[in-house]
Design a protein around this ligand. Structure first.
Ligand SMILES: [Zn+2]
Length: 101
């Protein structure tokens, strides 16, 4: 997975195209990531007991990773991710400005 938690991503396809958000969680098995404020599903819960109110809960759903591009924190542009190995550590680099992400 190229996308990691706390990354800022921009949607490049799908219904949220053009929007940006922070990655809250990655779901490697589904190749999806949960992005703050994107693909939010509103769920209504019924009151379970008398005197309780029904609630609306907003649940962000996973978005397919191939629909998003990483926004580089250094240059602020959406960028392809490259990899660089320094010693034994593999780091992600921004292909536009070359800085580590
Ligand atoms: Zn960059």
């Amino acid at each position: 997975m190229r996308i990691k938690k706390n990354d800022i991503v921009k949607m490049i396809a799908g219904k949220d195209r053009g929007k940006t958000g922070k990655v809250l969680r990655v779901l490697p098995k589904d190749r999806k990531a949960v992005v703050e404020g994107l693909n939010v599903v509103k769920k209504h819960t019924r009151p379970k007991r008398e005197g309780e109110k029904g609630q609306r809960v907003e649940i962000p759903r996973g978005v397919t990773v191939s629909n998003m591009a990483l926004v580089c924190p250094k240059c602020g542009k959406t960028s392809r991710i490259g990899y660089k190995t320094t010693g034994k550590i593999k780091v992600r680099i921004c292909k536009k400005c070359g800085s580590e992400i």
